[in-house]
Design a protein around this ligand. Structure first.
Ligand code: NAD
Length: 266
């Protein structure tokens, strides 16, 4: 049983010739070389539901923190400043949120946004439209980038989603949105994001995940006050750990006692 910091690769598997089954107590699985586990006939299961709610709640904290300059306000008080003009914020009600990837986390975020009176649109070419919440409107990626005042990423890291947000896609953005990423760091080109934040094309960013974790000390994202950063804590709640751990343990028991597999990865 592993979490996302264990890289399942050739080096690891060579040390474990009798390994039959891996359960990752996470919803992401980009840390596992699935082509390799398949050739070795190792079953791999994951726990997709374990932390979706917790990731969605953390996601929701980020547009709130960005739009109301929460972190800047906190540090203003810490340095004994009561100057409120630089902390002028924006209401979320009435704004359009664009969700890229309307899966487990994306759908929960859609409901939070709806409760806040936001318009919700999404880009996800793989879901059936009747599985989307009734208030959410399907759109193209380019239209979503063009017409959203907040954009949130909830896709898995794949060959297609790597650097989905890059210099060329950023050119479609024109409402100085808040960009939220709690999916995987490599979905965003950080270099291009830093340029867009500096020029003002992207207004602010709330990031829980980074291309390199821990975030290197020379990252340009560390210098920008309009960036709210958290150290990949989307799934770090007591309840999410309990759900994911119990879910993973149950899958091992089911596999060895009843030969049952669930949430099997290809
Ligand atoms: P999910 O599989 O339920 O949903 C992903 C959605 O993305 C699916 O609906 C899929 O159709 C869609 N998608 C895939 N490729 C796409 C593309 N190219 N363009 C648009 N949509 C695409 O996954 P989830 O449980 O909602 O998790 C979403 C992401 O959040 C994953 O990257 C996961 O690793 C990450 N996550 C991070 C944390 C954290 O601690 N920050 C916690 C949980 C999940």
């Amino acid at each position: 049983i592993i979490r996302s910091q264990t890289q399942v690769n050739k080096v690891l598997l060579e040390k474990m010739p009798n390994l039959k089954v891996i359960v990752t107590a996470t919803s992401g699985f980009d840390h596992i070389d699935l082509a390799l586990t398949q050739t070795k006939n190792i079953k791999v299961m994951y726990v997709p539901e374990g932390n979706a709610l917790s990731a969605a709640e953390l996601t929701w904290a980020l547009p709130m923190a960005c739009s109301r300059k929460l972190v800047q306000g906190h540090f203003a008080i810490t340095r004994q400043s009561w100057e409120r003009q630089p902390l002028m914020g924006t209401d979320l009600e009435g704004l359009t949120l664009g969700i890229i990837g309307l899966g487990r986390v994306g759908k929960k975020v859609a409901h939070f946004a709806h409760a806040f009176g936001m318009h919700v649109q999404y880009f996800d070419p793989y879901i059936l439209p009747n599985t989307a919440p009734h208030f959410a409107e399907s759109t193209s990626l380019m239209e979503l980038l063009r017409s959203s005042e907040a954009i949130t990423l909830h896709v898995p890291l794949t060959k297609t989603t790597k650097h989905l947000i890059n210099q060329s896609t950023i050119e479609n953005i024109n409402l100085q949105p808040i960009l939220i990423n709690t999916s995987r760091g490599q979905v965003v080109s950080e270099q291009d994001l830093a340029i867009a934040l500096t020029s003002g094309r992207i207004g602010a960013a709330g990031l829980d995940v980074f291309e390199k974790e821990p975030l290197p000390a020379d990252s340009p994202l560390l210098q920008l006050p309009q960036v709210v950063r958290t150290p990949h804590i989307g799934a770090t709640t007591t309840q999410a750990f309990a759900r994911a751990s119990m879910g993973a343990a149950q899958k091992i028991v089911d596999y060895f006692k009843r030969s049952v597999t669930s949430d099997l990865l290809p």
